[in-house]
Write a protein that binds this ligand. Structure first.
Ligand SMILES: Cc1cc2nc3c(=O)[nH]c(=O)nc-3n(C[C@H](O)[C@H](O)[C@H](O)COP(=O)(O)O)c2cc1C
Length: 201
């Protein structure tokens, strides 16, 4: 299923075609594609090139690891995410490795790395669905995540599936129109609340 963004301005097809499905096909993601997806994360920019991200990844062929990662998700996410072939958790290092000073951009950089991997996934016909609905404490315990590192978000990776396979109300949400705020609400210049002049045609 396609859910192309109804864009107001032309954008690259990878931006237009990316979306967050809940219906995933059971088709496995080749290891080669996974390597490229995480290579894309590797090349994300970061403050001081700190690269303050790490990923715990579970593929369905490793049933134990998959079940462990799935168990960190809230029930509402488990319902659909259990069908995805790959689950992962994005984790941030909270302090600069060199100085030990807090890195206030660690979450920002980790999000940027996930945005990068999402684009690589889209380019390969794959989709990424990120989830705040998971238990970070449980993830720390189950995966022995060291102190100084914080699980930020979970995500599923896979090929799109049949929306009809979803229970209600998820099926309706899968088919619902994607919406966004207008750019004039968040692209400003001169002063807060003043839409940037280049937005006017
Ligand atoms: C950090 C983050 C957390 C999210 N958490 C959840 C979640 O727990 N469960 C879920 O079904 N979707 C979750 N989403 C998906 C958003 O609902 C989705 O990205 C948003 O509605 C826009 O839809 P689109 O990605 O299809 O454009 C999350 C997305 C992000 C980026």
């Amino acid at each position: 299923m396609q859910k192309s963004a109804a864009v107001d301005q032309p954008v690259h097809e990878f931006i237009r075609e990316r979306w967050s499905p809940r219906a995933f096909s059971e088709k496995a993601v080749p290891a080669e594609a996974l390597r490229s997806i995480f290579e894309a994360a590797r090349w994300a920019p970061s403050s001081s090139n700190e690269q303050p991200w790490a990923f715990v990844v579970a593929t369905k062929d490793d049933q134990q690891a998959f079940a462990k990662l799935l168990s960190t998700l809230v029930e509402a996410n488990q319902i659909w995410a259990k069908h995805a072939p790959v689950l992962a958790i994005a984790i941030s290092e909270l302090a600069f490795a060199r100085t030990g000073q807090p890195n206030r951009n660690a979450f920002y950089d980790t999000g940027s790395a996930v945005a990068h991997l999402s684009m690589e996934a889209t380019a390969r016909g794959l989709f990424v669905h990120q989830m705040a609905g998971f238990d970070p404490k449980k993830a720390v315990e189950l995966f022995s995540i060291p102190s100084g590192w914080e699980p930020i978000a979970a995500f599923a990776i896979g090929y799109p599936g049949d929306p009809e396979s979803l229970p209600q109300p998820l099926r309706d949400r899968e088919l619902a129109t994607r919406t966004r705020k207008p750019m004039a609400e968040f692209v400003m210049s001169g002063s807060w609340g003043q839409a940037a002049s280049f937005l006017r045609k």
